[in-house]
Design a protein around this ligand. Structure first.
Ligand SMILES: [Zn+2]
Length: 202
C-alpha cells in the first residue's frame, strides 16, 4: 500500500493556503498575486498575470495558463519566403533581429491546438496590460524547458511552412525572461473551450 501525503502549501509572501493540483509545479496565490514555481523542492518567485476577457460567449469563464517568453531573435542566415517574421516586424523581409514575445500554452492540449493558439497569440500580441486577478489558475502541464522548445518549434515551423522553398534559416534565440499569463476561456463543456481574448475554439 502506498501512502498518501497531503502537504499544506502556504504562500511565502502572505501565508494564505494555496490550492495545488497534483501535477502543478506552478502555483498562483489569489490572495496577494504572488506566483511560485517549485524547483528542486523550493518555491521560486515567478511573475503571474491575467488577461481580460474581450470576446463574449456562453459558458463559465475559467483561466488557462500560458508561458510568456520574452525573447530576442537574431537571424544569421535566411533564404526563404515565409511570412511569419515578415508579419511580426511590419512587412520587412530584411529583418535580421528583434524582440518577440511568444505565447505558449502551459496547459495540456493537442499539438495542433498548441500551434494554432501560439501562432495567433504571438502574431497578435493581444494582451497589452496584464493584471492581477483574484482567480484560480491551475492545470500546468509544461515547464520552462518545454516552452522554450515550443517557441523554437513555432518560429521554425511558421517560417518554413508558408515558403515554397526554404533554403536556409539560421537563427539565435535568447530568452530574456519567462512569466505566466492566465488567458480567459469559456468552458463549452465536453472538452470544448473558446478563448475570450481572440475567440479561438479549441
Ligand atoms: Zn500570497
Amino acid at each position: 500500500m502506498s501512502e498518501f501525503i497531503l502537504e499544506a502549501v502556504r504562500c511565502k509572501n502572505c501565508g494564505s493556503g494555496l490550492t495545488v493540483e497534483v501535477n502543478d509545479n506552478i502555483v498562483y496565490c489569489s490572495s496577494c498575486g504572488s506566483g511560485f514555481e517549485q524547483i528542486d523542492g523550493e518555491m521560486k518567485d515567478i511573475e503571474i498575470n491575467f488577461a481580460a476577457a474581450a470576446v463574449r460567449s456562453e459558458g463559465e469563464l475559467i483561466y488557462k495558463p500560458f508561458w510568456l517568453l520574452n525573447t530576442t531573435i537574431n537571424i544569421t542566415e535566411r533564404e526563404a519566403s515565409g511570412n511569419f517574421i515578415k508579419n511580426l516586424f511590419g512587412g520587412s523581409n530584411d529583418f535580421t533581429g528583434g524582440d518577440i514575445l511568444f505565447y505558449i500554452p502551459a496547459f495540456y492540449c493537442k499539438i495542433e491546438t498548441m500551434k494554432n493558439l501560439s501562432t495567433k497569440f504571438t502574431l497578435k500580441n493581444p494582451v497589452a496590460s496584464p493584471q492581477k486577478y483574484n482567480s484560480r489558475l491551475t492545470g500546468f502541464a509544461y515547464g520552462k524547458e518545454d516552452a522554450a522548445k515550443l517557441a523554437e518549434f513555432i518560429l521554425i515551423s511558421l517560417e518554413a511552412e508558408k515558403s515554397d522553398v526554404i533554403k536556409r534559416f539560421k537563427y539565435e534565440i535568447k530568452i530574456n525572461s519567462y512569466s505566466i499569463l492566465g488567458i480567459p476561456f469559456y468552458d463549452k463543456k465536453n472538452g470544448r473551450f473558446k478563448d475570450a481574448v481572440l475567440g479561438t475554439d479549441i
